[in-house]
Ligand binder design. Sequence first.
Ligand code: APR
Length: 235
Amino acid sequence: MPADSMKRIAVLSGAGISAESSISTFRDHNGLWRTHRFEDLATPEAWQRNPLLVLEFYNVRRKQLFEVEPNAAHYALKRLEQHYHVDIITQNVDDLHERAGSTSVLHLHGELKKARSTGNPDLVVELTHWELKWGDKAPDGAQLRPHIVWFGEAVPNISPAIQIVKKADILLVIGTSLQVYPAAGLLGYASQHTPIYLIDPQATGHRDMDNIHLIRKKAGEGVPEIVEQLLTISI
Ligand code: APR
């Protein structure tokens, strides 16, 4: 099917889509913010106060990322590209969407396998090894920091994300508690005629939005199901 005639699907994913790949979520009963204080690990102040603790927090998560795989939900979203123009907007810092083969992935909160210069936020480097140490320098000679959007920092990719949602014919929202802005506000940019499917075992309705359909299932089951339905109707 010619690419320009394909319907557009926007996907907003959160930690829940990677839960079945053994990556911790943040606010579930065993989530990272249940056992850690984000104020000590994921803020610019934490980096100033104790950079070694912050580096260690991301090193542990990066080391695990090199050991896990995408799951059925990630692979189902790749299959969707057969008949739809699919743009993934993810809050996740893992690379599981990319490793499953999705060709359009926009990270709102950064990428765990990248680091950037503390002297120039636009100077970003790929990390091929899990450990980022104090003393590791960017090409400009400044200390490298995790390429993560910390609480209180700007979300530069929110503007292109808004444009993607505005143009979407269908919006899939997968595995996010929708508690962190501006990401959670993206739903409000979908046109009122755009069906929104919320895939999350704890999905709750939105009183003011009647175009929302709840799929109270884990991503590994719910995403392949909705993808097969969407592929069937697209033929
Ligand atoms: N399948 C689908 N959804 C799941 C699964 C699963 N197997 N397991 C858990 N969930 C759901 C939970 O019910 C919850 O609604 O995933 C959601 C995870 O919510 P959070 O832990 O808050 O993660 P997220 O919404 O991605 O957090 C947003 O907060 O800490 C910041 O920057 C961090 O990107 C993160 C942002």
